[in-house]
Design a protein around this ligand. Structure first.
Ligand code: ZN
Length: 500
């Protein structure tokens, strides 16, 4: 056990004395129709334990078969990350016990990963940071434990636990970076940017839906500190399952401060896994991390080796989509965004959302405005990523179309989004149900204009005298009467018709 005694050091102070080194392990659930070694469905959200069979339940005598489509995805991911693709590799048994892993071993890869020695160039505040990839290997997911009765959902304090094996055996690719050094104070942002841009890359490959909030992309953050300028690597911790971009950044920042405080106090950083607490923004001690040998890896005897034919690999390489950096440059040119606008869009993890919204018919600037201001603010309030909000690019495009058509103004459009986010249906349904459409019907507007003129004779007199600028006060009065739901342009016309 470790004692959490030292607290944390301010981030800037920590950097004066130490250099952070990052390592990121990203698990991505592939979007294959069936599991890694059996034919069970992988659809998310099914009734517990309905997508299982003897293979993924690890029943004695069940024989696994490799999912060819998962291998293809693994090779494509490896190629997109500029990796070498193994000519021949095997699966290995990683032996450990978890109640949600019925075989008591995970079929993974050990010293023979399918892809290795690659890199991803990551844009960080206008600079490029090359993150080297150590390996990308194939493995299977575990089931899911649900701890019931406690306050935290963790096993401590729970009354009982339930296990759902639907996820057991879903294909995973684990992508492991080499230590990323020399990032100094940008370490938190580099970590976040790497995960965001890796997510974009995977999305572009179409291999996964990469939904962090559903766990189809999960990130473990390794962090260590070494004395500033020493160029060495200190003892690392591994913070598990940091499942939003914002949390990746926060977890790195927190661990820098925590480890610095430990070292300054003359103590030793313990090599361990740590839990990330989204609500409080801290990590707490998990288990002391065993070295790889403790897992008693050995080659999986029930599966044949995987030997991707070279001409097949080259064919897959030639069919890769546009690399993310080129795509970003192209989109920036197409959309006419400034460097800063583009950087903000990418940094918010909203590039794909904006692209999709533009494809649904919105102007790029409008798409960016909705996602980066209104929706980003709401996501932030809820502590989730914009991608996790229950609003689709098609809905955002429709909201903007309603504005463009004059059916709602900006203020009403935000209320339409409120309704969509509250699950009240499509934008049009929300407009209908909440009665949000702008009133441009002359009958109702004329009445309101007449009343405003009667209520403000002084303003009306000014306008009659030629001070047209004073019309704003009357328009404001009409808008107030109509609770904002008036077509301001039409109101202005009606005011001027009467008084000039
Ligand atoms: Zn199965």
């Amino acid at each position: 056990m470790t004692m959490a005694t030292a607290g944390t050091l301010a981030f800037e102070e920590a950097l004066e004395r130490f250099d952070p080194a990052l390592g990121l392990e990203v698990h991505v659930e592939l979007g294959t129709a069936s599991k890694m070694f059996c034919g069970c469905s992988t659809v998310f959200g099914a009734e517990p334990n309905t997508q299982v069979c003897p293979v993924c339940l690890g029943l004695p005598g069940a024989m696994p078969v490799v999912n060819a489509s998962a291998v293809e995805s693994a090779v494509r991911i490896g190629l997109a990350l500029n990796c070498d693709i193994a000519e021949w590799c095997r699966f290995a048994r990683k032996n450990y016990f978890y109640p949600d892993m019925p075989k008591n071993f995970q079929t993974s890869q050990y010293d023979e990963p399918i892809a290795f020695e690659g890199w991803l160039d990551v844009d960080v505040e206008g600079d490029t940071v090359r993150v080297e990839i150590e390996r990308a290997h194939m493995e299977e997911d575990t089931g899911k434990s649900l701890h019931v009765g406690g306050a935290t959902g963790r096993i401590h304090g729970a009354d009982h636990s339930l296990v759902d094996y639907n996820r057991a055996g879903i294909p995973l690719i684990e992508i492991v970076t080499k230590p990323v050094m020399g990032t100094r104070g940008r370490a938190p942002l580099v970590a976040r940017s790497y995960v965001a841009q890796l997510r974009d890359l995977l999305l572009g490959l179409g291999v996964s839906d990469v939904r962090m909030e559903q766990g189809s992309l999960r990130c473990d953050v390794n962090l260590s500190l070494s004395p500033a300028g020493s160029g060495t690597l200190g003892t690392r911790t591994e913070t598990k399952n940091v499942n939003s971009l914002r949390s990746v950044e926060r977890a790195v920042r927190y661990e820098v401060g925590r480890q610095a405080a430990v070292l300054v106090a003359g103590e030793r950083v313990v090599q361990e896994t740590r839990h990330w607490h989204e609500d409080t923004g801290v990590t707490t001690s998990g288990r002391e991390k065993s070295d790889a040998e403790d897992y008693r890896y050995f080659p999986e005897p029930d599966l044949v080796p995987v030997a991707p034919a070279r001409d097949w690999v080259e064919r897959l390489r030639s069919q890769l989509p546009e690399p993310p950096r080129q795509r970003r440059a192209r989109l920036q040119a197409e959309w006419g965004f400034s460097d800063l606008e583009m950087r903000d869009t990418v940094g918010a993890g909203a590039l794909g959302l904006v692209e999709e919204t533009v494809r649904e018919g919105a102007a790029p600037a409008a798409a960016r405005k909705w996602w980066l201001s209104e929706l980003a603010r709401r996501a932030n309030e809820q502590g989730v990523e914009v991608t996790a909000l229950p609003v689709t690019p098609a809905y955002v495009a429709r909201v903007q179309a309603l504005v463009d058509e004059g059916k709602v103004n900006d203020r009403l459009a935000r209320q339409v989004l409120d309704g969509v986010l509250a699950g009240e249906g499509t934008p049009d349904e929300v407009v209908e149900r909440r009665g949000l459409a702008v009133v441009s019907d002359d009958g109702a507007l004329s009445e309101a204009v007449d009343r405003a003129i009667a209520d403000h004779p002084d303003v009306a007199a000014k306008i009659r005298d030629g001070k047209v600028a004073a019309a704003g006060a009357l328009i404001g009065a009409v808008m107030k009467q109509m609770r904002g739901q008036a077509d301001a342009g039409r109101v202005r016309e009606l005011v001027l018709e009467r008084l000039t």
